[in-house]
Design a protein around this ligand. Sequence first.
Ligand code: NAD
Length: 491
Amino acid sequence: MSYSIQKKYDLFVNNEWRRSSSNRTLESISPITGDVLCTVPDATERDVVEAVIAAKAAWPKWHRMGARKRAEDINKLADRLVAQADRFAWLETSDTGKPWRESYANVLTAADRLRYFAGAARALEGNTMSPGGDILSYDIREPLGVVGIIGAWNFPLNMFVGKIAPAIAVGNAVIYKPAEPTPVTTLEFAKLIADCLPPGIVNVLTGYGATTGLSIVSHPDIRKISITGSSATGKAVMAAAASSTKQLTLELGGKNAQIVFEDANLDKAAQGIMLGAFMNQGQVCTAGSRVFAHHSIADELQRKVVDLIPQLKIGNPFDKSTTMGTMVFEEHLNEVLHYIDIGKSEGAKLIAGGNRMNVKDYPKALFMEPTVFIDAEADMVIAQDEIFGPVVTFQSWSSEYAMMQTANLLDYGLAAGIWTENLGRAHRTARDIEAGRVWINCYNLFPSGAAFGGTKASGFGREDAFETMHAFTQVKNVIVDISEKPRSFYQ
Ligand code: NAD
């Protein structure tokens, strides 16, 4: 099945398609053919100001509609998305090169996030208390108003939908900026928004981070920024947000440990390492790219992983049986290849992959071989930097204490995997690892309702979960005197 992509998109503001006040555009390039897929506007500060005016006018009524009515609209949006799941998966694969079956799963996850938050917002409650003395105290959770949300390019649709869902479910209006390389599914989803939500509740502005993104972060009437991106970007956003005292959620980079104990089910662990390293071509913030294998099982585990690599089906990303597609853009592929050179020069042993890959019929496609380094050391660049590609390093260990010190050494703290059959050891390691998400005997599962986010340089704030709604609301506390008597403080 093949669908088409619009050649030129405008900005989506107030449920209308508007020209940008600049004539500048960005191109989205197909990572599969190298062709220009479409052009999108480079939104200016003026465009941001106008979008904020629309959002400011829209959110009070949306808020007062109440969670039940909002849920009806949001569930309608989910239904519309699922009804076109095939088309959205095709569009996502066209723009990112990720295998169709991953794109399809991403579409269903996106719809599930909408449904989860549509329902969860109806259960959002505040505390009440009666402190005595005829006083009643109650909290109301109110939306922040207009919030700015900025996405990365690795899961474009999921990120857009998953990040706006809690914000709008609790009554905010959103200004959203997708990442430069992958705007297509965000803009196509905006067409569904135009049919299902009132004008101004979700506005989409495409453009560069340093211009459009910064204008969103700096706008004084935007109350909060939620951004997914690199740790360097997170720091820049934090600094820029300070001038207008904005609340922040930062979902940033990771260099995540997969810890394998000697008693682990090695077949299960090998599958989990494959998923952690090669899902979405390794372009995943939670990529389990640092494997710590106990020395007694390290050889066997590495062999099992390398033996599984031929089972990956790398090629036509639209083929429903393909399990690895292309990298998202060429500059990034070259950065990943540069890390391979660094790894070799540092003395790590390359036992699989390491090259750009030629696939018949796709001369310009950005395929890369699944890559495995062994004998990595903690002080190597490839064991420390987020590579964001299909590259996994193995380090072996014998002392649990020393291994945990090494695993926690990095500034990143996003996710970790633990592989053991020993219950106490599993939970002890989960307790001691510095990460916001820990998987035990599984990896890269993201159910709605499970709090997701990082610690240290991986950011702060939690997404996908009930508490995410707290980050998009603020508490108003009301204190009431329920007595009939005047209070005689000055007598
Ligand atoms: P990036 O930091 O380059 O860009 C992310 C977004 O921020 C883009 O939309 C970009 O235009 C915008 N941006 C850049 N500079 C900005 C600025 N100064 N002000 C405002 N906006 C700005 O990241 P990327 O290359 O798109 O994505 C890859 C990174 O994202 C990786 O580090 C990855 O780990 C991280 N990521 C994290 C999570 C998570 O949930 N923790 C999920 C996916 C990706």
